[in-house]
Design a protein around this ligand. Structure first.
Ligand code: 0O2
Length: 212
C-alpha cells in the first residue's frame, strides 16, 4: 500500500488521539480547578507508526485489508494514575461516558502477564468527524499506575533492544523489578490518604501564592 494512502487512513486515528487526550486532560484540569483530587495524573497518546502496524500484522498473519478491523491499538491512549485504586475510578468514568462505547476490557492487573506486565486495557469505539467524513474507529486505552508505567516503559525498550529475546539474567532482574513495582503500589496504597491530604495542602499553598 502506498505511503500516501496510509497517511489518509491514519488521519481519523490521529484526530481521535488528539480529541481523547484533550477530553481526559480536561478531567484533570477540572478536578484541580475545584481543589479536588484527580484520579488521573496525566495522559499521553500516540498513533502507531506505519512500520509497527505492518510488523504487527505480519506477526499475527493479518492480511492488509483486515488491519483496521483486527489491530485495535492503532490509536492508543495511556492514562497514568498515582494509585491502583484510581484505576477503578477511571474505568468507571470511561464506562459512564456517552462519547465512547466499550468493545472490550482486559484486566492485566488481576491477571498479570507472564512478562510481569500490569495494566488495565479498554478497547473503545469512538466517532470522529474529519474533512473526509465521519468514521467510527477503535482506540486502546491503557490505564496504569506510575509504577506500572515505569516498569512497562523499561521492559518495552529492552524488548525492542533485544528483539524480543531478552537474556535470561536481565529477564530475571525484570521479573524482580515487576515484583518491586507491585510492592511499591501496595505500600503507596496503604498511605494513600496521607499522601492525598499532603498534596491538597501543597496545591492550596501554591494557589494562594499564585493569587497574591
Ligand atoms: P506498542 O505500540 O509498541 O506499545 P500482543 O501482545 O501485542 O500480541 P494485542 O492483541 O495487541 O497482543 O494486545 P495486548 O497484549 O493487550 O497488547 C497491547 C499493548 O499492550 C502492547 O502494544 C503494549 O503497549 C502493551 N503490552 C502488552 N503486553 C506487554 C508486555 O508484556 N510488556 C510491555 N512493556 N507492554 C505490553 P504493542 O503491540 O507492544 O505496541
Amino acid at each position: 500500500m502506498e505511503i500516501q494512502l496510509w497517511r489518509q487512513i491514519l488521519i481519523p486515528y490521529q484526530q481521535a488521539v488528539e480529541e481523547l487526550k484533550v477530553k481526559f486532560a480536561s478531567i484533570v484540569h477540572e478536578n484541580r480547578r475545584l481543589g479536588q483530587y484527580s484520579p488521573i495524573e496525566y495522559v499521553t497518546g500516540r498513533v502507531k507508526k506505519i512500520s509497527n502496524i505492518l510488523e504487527k500484522a505480519k506477526k499475527k498473519n493479518i492480511p492488509l485489508n483486515e488491519i483496521e478491523a483486527k489491530i485495535e491499538d492503532i490509536a492508543g491512549i495511556r492514562i497514568l494514575c498515582q494509585f491502583v485504586e484510581d484505576i477503578d475510578k477511571v474505568v468507571a468514568i470511561i464506562r459512564s461516558r456517552k462519547d465512547m462505547e466499550i468493545k472490550d476490557e482486559i484486566d492485566y492487573i488481576s491477571n498479570t502477564k507472564k512478562s510481569g506486565y500490569r495494566s488495565y486495557h479498554m478497547i473503545v469505539y469512538y466517532d470522529v468527524h474529519t474533512a473526509l467524513g465521519a468514521k467510527r474507529i477503535k482506540a486502546e486505552i491503557q490505564i496504569r499506575t506510575l509504577s506500572m508505567n515505569f516498569w512497562a516503559t523499561i521492559e518495552h525498550s529492552l524488548q525492542y533492544k533485544y528483539e524480543h529475546n531478552i537474556p535470561e539474567e536481565i529477564q530475571k532482574r525484570l521479573t524482580n523489578a515487576a515484583e518491586a513495582a507491585f510492592k511499591l503500589d501496595q505500600e503507596m496504597s496503604i498511605i494513600r490518604n496521607e499522601i492525598i491530604k499532603a498534596q491538597n495542602l501543597f496545591q492550596l499553598k501554591s494557589s494562594v501564592i499564585a493569587d497574591i
